[in-house]
Design a protein around this ligand. Structure first.
Ligand SMILES: *Cc1c(COP(=O)(O)O)cnc(C)c1O
Length: 385
């Protein structure tokens, strides 16, 4: 490694296979290699999202925020009543998108780092009668993970559509889109799915596709399911087509990245993220560190760690200088209280990188006056379990 490890909650380190697939000179969007990679990626997305061919995957250019706006503009209209299970920064963002569609919005909120209790979600839904329920699977601003099946079961009672922002979760957290009955699950390439930034990825249920047919306030063309559907069909049939130029190198990388996941199998990929998260947490505990929220709803994909007494945000750059780039806080009210370490994607296969990260945190903490030790030993013994 010639630079410090990138251990923020996205973008992240990528695998050699993804890097190699991404590298060629930019191919045409109708070259045979791109058509094959695009079609195969659509098929593989169904495996990663755990759905059958009745669900429609979309591959779009852009970041996670594009995927969020694509989801919202195709299934939320001005007559909708949208319940936001709000866990922080990205829940606020998707709520504003629904607000801009003219929908009526209601939030179920909680303290930073926590998730709203299912009783609270259920009571809010009874009072509000939502037509759409939206949650952030893992809120990257706090490291909190919601309980998806319980949110879907509340939504079902009101016959509401469900939209999940999986940007910091897809391929790192269990998500059984079909078995659980979610309607839209979206992500971005640069987080747990393990690619460079640049693609917005989304899968829609039949119900979500039907909802688009009844949307009166049409989505922007570039985000419109109806514009993209024939293109997705063409690529899946391995035929050339054009509506707007895809990020061709990224499509090549996507195919390689999804293949790495499906070759291992999604249950093993998620179990690996869980093992690594448990081991990283064993290290944080050994170092006398605590999370922003409770350990119980902490995500597999990142840790939001409180600065211990006497240590402030300047420790973040010391950790970087020690060999692992981590991120500061993001929650508007609490950002000065914690920092974030991503542990997702290819990094979870490289235990020496996890060791390097824990070492960097441990020595930076000591340098800033928080005496601690034994983090690497705690990590290694937990990984061996
Ligand atoms: C990173 C992130 C986003 C935003 O993605 P961008 O690619 O930065 O636009 C949205 N939601 C969640 C949960 C995220 O982690």
């Amino acid at each position: 490694m010639t630079r410090p490890l990138l251990m923020i909650p996205g973008p992240i380190e990528i695998s050699p296979a993804v890097h190699a697939a991404y590298q060629p000179l930019p191919p045409s969007h109708v070259s045979p290699g791109v058509i094959e990679a695009f079609g195969a990626s659509l098929e593989r997305m169904r495996e990663v999202w755990r759905v059958d061919t009745s669900y429609q995957p979309f591959i779009a250019s852009g970041s996670g925020t594009v995927a969020m706006d694509m989801a919202i503009s195709n299934v939320v209209d001005s007559d909708d009543r949208v319940l936001i299970v709000n866990t922080g920064y990205f829940s606020d963002r998707i709520a504003e998108m629904a607000n801009r569609r003219g929908a009526t919005i209601e939030h179920v909120r909680c303290e930073a780092g926590y998730v709203p209790a299912s009783d609270a979600v259920s009571a809010a839904a009874k009072a509000f009668r939502p037509t759409v329920v939206i949650a952030t699977h893992v809120d990257t601003s706090t490291g909190a993970r919601v309980d998806v099946p319980s949110i879907i079961s509340v939504a079902r009672e009101h016959d509401a559509l469900t939209v999940f922002d999986g940007v910091c979760a897809t391929a790192g957290e269990a998500f059984e889109m079909k078995a659980w009955g979610a309607d839209v699950y979206l992500t971005a390439s640069q987080k747990a799915i393990g690619l460079p930034p640049g693609l917005a990825l989304l899968v829609a249920s039949e119900r979500a596709m039907k909802r688009r047919e009844r949307i009166e306030n049409l989505p922007p063309m570039i985000l419109d399911f109806a514009q993209w559907l024939p293109i997705m069909h063409a690529y899946e049939a391995r035929k050339p087509s054009y509506f707007a130029t895809p990020a061709t190198n990224m499509v090549l990388a996507l195919e390689a990245g999804l293949k790495e996941l499906t070759d291992v199998g999604m249950s093993e990929v998620v179990a690996r993220h869980q093992r690594v998260a448990d081991a990283m947490r064993a290290a944080w505990k050994q170092l006398g560190l605590t999370l922003l929220g409770p350990w119980e709803n902490a995500a597999n994909t990142l840790s939001a760690i409180r600065y211990p007494a006497g240590v402030d945000a300047t420790v973040v750059s010391t950790i970087g200088a020690n060999g692992a780039i981590v991120a500061g806080g993001l929650h508007p009210k609490h950002k000065a209280e914690y920092f974030r370490v991503g542990h997702m994607g290819y990094t979870t296969t490289q235990s020496e990188w996890l060791v390097q990260t824990v070492n960097a945190v441990e020595s930076a903490m000591n340098h800033h006056g928080h005496r601690c030790g034994g983090g690497v030993e705690a990590l290694i013994s937990a990984l061996a379990k």
